[in-house]
Design a protein. Sequence first.
Length: 359
Amino acid sequence: MIDFIAIDRFRKEDLEALFELTDEVISDPFKFGSKCRGKILATLFYEPSTRTRLSFESAMLRLGGSTLGFAEPSTSSVAKGETLADTARMVSNYADIIVIRHPLAGAPQVVADHSDAPVINGGDDSNQHPTQTLMDLYTIRRCKGRIEGLNIGILGDLRYGRAPHSLAYGAAMFGARIINIAPPGLEMPDHVLLRLKKLYNAEVLNVTDLSEVISELDVLYVNRLQKERLPEGVDYESIKDSYVINRKAVERSKPDLIIMHPLPRVNELAYELDDDPRAKYFEQARNGLFVRMALIISLLGELELKPIERERVELERRCPNPRCVSNHEPYLKPSYERLLPGDEALFCLYCGFPLEGTR
Ligand code: NCD
């Protein structure tokens, strides 16, 4: 059984196979209309969502399957204190495939470890959002014909956003050059930079100002300030206007730049760009439906995906990330994985943070 928890657990070949299947789904969605007849998708959303939950539900319905789940944990046994492990065991009796979104990093891994059904990560805290990355990479490939060698600018709140983290891994996997553009305090976290280096020997440039790099970019991927995850003491009001992408900001771009955004947007992306031919964010959102249809049928057996197997190491050392699920669910033992065979560095199996002192 294959889960879809972290983008970097897959190889380029597997993602390419998924994109080819997505091409087929887009060209004739009705051909896939009974692929999941009799199957049930459970959506466990412990955090707000519009696109991700509805597009997964729509994907399953368009495949001829059914859906159940909750969008508001206060209406489920979570409110009675049920653990994630027990919820996973129960739900995997009722559903053939599970999507979970959760405010703790690593929660989808816990569900996968206790479920008999494949589990998809629909976003965990500021860790990863791997299905968003599938639609992002798919959109880039469709608009540009390739990903390799492109200059991909990832702009905005790169610290607390999860979409930028998994996008950086995915883009690096395909050999793109990554240009992180973030105001001070919202930079790409060190642990993501370390993993990018170890996993892909990625070429990464970090700048604070879009104007320094706009003329070189092939893709500009804008992210919202993650107000709900800003730590206490960080003043939302004082940073919320620190980056706003409008016509003027992209005036000097290559003519074939594409502008993307995982949505929802707040004020970082001006409406005046919506009818600009460079704007691809609505197309990107629409691609999400088809990518998710392809992913569901793949995890239910259509493709033979082969995730990378990594050595798991149990250690009596707590994960340094206070937002990691292993620091919240008392029955979990700290667990780490070795990203590369023979490398000493260990990273939390759940949230991807390195053990303290790792280089
Ligand atoms: C993103 C998320 O949830 O991380 N939304 C989405 O799924 N498209 C981005 C965001 O909320 O800013």
